[in-house]
Design a protein around this ligand. Structure first.
Ligand code: EPZ
Length: 420
């Protein structure tokens, strides 16, 4: 067993009370990449304490930036006194594949980048061909050798770019590269995820000229200089979706605070289709569930449709739902890794390509299971909360990449859960 501990759960307790959502992992990472674009002191609040943030801060440090992370205040200060000419050592760059979002800013501010090609991960190959094509259109010469990306760009210039599919970090790289480029960049078929709007909000606060935020067409007029500023990170909609699904599955009555429920409307609508009661407020929602509910089908799609990052969690509760659920994963080619572990807990799931058929009505039984990615870890915890008997969840480094004390949140709601 690895040294990141394990979570022990005795399933069956209802969840009651209220819980607050943390800041968003998928928002703070692109926000941190924007600190490469402007000298000065950048301050971010509502920052979650997760290892992906630590990993990316190490990358920024290699480029000469300094940071102070006050975890008790959920606050990060990044000081950019000039980006150096260094490259990130492979052991650091490989820690988090998201280092690829340094590509756009670095091509813009220093004109060269050498990064390990961010390999795939458990959930899929994670190609970055669209990122590279877009950077080339903006003036970069890029070649791959010895599994490294070598990119040189004498002067990044505005371009007309169209993405053949929606890529979140691809969109974020183009935005970062365009804000200081010469001329105007038009990006069509941009991704719509709210974390992109968060990045745009901060860039506009820094003095960037960006039109069309929240739409598929972004028009960015390059400016000569940006100014560091302060920004509060948006709430984590995937954590909120995880909590909503868990409460529905286990049963209970919980208010989830600090998030506009519109961000996870697609998930709440699915839960209502299962017969779960949902109340929506301005910056909170309430889930009331007797722990008995109908099965429902889902297909994961780009925002605002059902998020791939909530698929594994939803699959866990479909194991208990009354009826059969068809789950189609259209975003990543290998995002059913939680299935064998759920099957060891008694789940009846058949997988064929991108489709998983879940025959519900099962009461799961506790087992020792291993996480295989961030959201699979959350899925197994939810299964353990519903199961009879004791569940042990291992490989918690995956969970720690994207969740800030999820086990403590469930414990505060009445779950019999402990991390050792
Ligand atoms: C972001 O990943 C998120 N990560 C992922 O969250 C999320 O699952 C994903 O978007 C989809 O919503 C961060 O924001 C840090 P994509 P990203 O580029 O940007 C294909 C989590 O659990 N594609 O939107 O890497 C790709 O293979 C993580 O929090 C290309 O073909 O995902 C995939 O099928 C997991 N070529 C689809 O597009 C490219 O150049 C969407 O990927 C880029 C992407």
């Amino acid at each position: 067993m690895n040294n990141d501990g394990r979570i022990l759960i005795c399933g069956g307790n209802e969840l009651n009370g209220s819980v607050c959502v943390n800041g968003s992992k998928n928002a703070i990472l692109p926000l941190l990449s924007t600190t490469l674009l402007a000298e000065g002191t950048h301050t971010f609040t509502n920052v979650p304490d997760i290892s992906d943030v630590g990993g990316f801060l190490e990358v920024l440090q290699c480029y000469g930036l300094k940071f102070f992370w006050d975890k008790s205040k959920k606050k990060i200060t990044v000081i950019n006194e000039g980006v150096n000419e260094e490259d990130v050592p492979p052991d650091i760059a490989k820690k988090t594949r998201v280092s690829v979002i340094a590509l756009g800013p670095l091509l813009s501010v220093r004109g060269h980048v050498k990064l390990p090609y961010p390999g795939g991960c458990g959930i899929g190959n994670r190609p970055i061909d669209l990122h590279l094509k877009a950077m080339s259109k903006m003036g970069a010469s890029i070649f791959i050798s010895n599994n490294y990306i070598h990119a040189i760009c004498k002067e990044s210039r505005g371009a007309v770019i169209d993405f053949i599919l929606n890529t979140v970090t691809g969109t974020q790289n183009v935005i970062s590269a365009a804000v200081l480029s010469k001329g105007t960049t038009t990006l069509t078929n941009a991704a719509l995820e709210p974390e992109i709007v968060d990045q745009i909000n901060y860039l506009i606060k820094m003095g960037a000229k960006i039109r069309g935020k929240g739409s598929r067409i972004l028009v960015i007029d390059g400016v000569s200089k940006l100014k560091a500023s302060t920004y509060r990170v948006m709430p984590d909609r995937v954590e909120a979706a995880t909590l909503a699904i868990a409460i529905a599955g286990v049963g209970g009555n919980v208010v989830v605070k600090n998030l506009d429920p519109a961000y996870i409307q697609s998930v709440l609508l699915r839960l209502e289709a299962c017969g779960v009661h949902v109340e929506r407020g301005k910056d909170f929602f309430k889930i009331k569930s007797a722990g008995q509910f109908d099965a429902s089908n889902i297909t994961t799609l780009p925002y605002p449709r059902f998020p791939t990052d909530a698929q594994a969690q939803f699959m866990a509760i479909m194991c208990k739902a009354k009826g059969v659920s068809i789950i189609e994963e259209t975003i990543f080619e290998n995002r059913f890794q939680q299935v064998p572990e759920l099957q060891r807990m008694g789940a009846d799931i058949t997988v064929k390509g991108s489709i998983a058929v879940v025959r519900g009505g099962k009461s799961l039984s506790g087992a020792e299971v291993g996480s295989t990615d961030i959201r699979a870890a959350a899925s197994l915890i939810i299964a353990g909360l519903m199961a009879e008997g004791e569940t042990v969840v291992n490989n918690l480094h995956y969970l720690d990449r994207g969740y800030d004390q999820l086990d403590v949140k469930f414990k505060s709601l009445g779950a019999d859960i402990i991390r050792e």
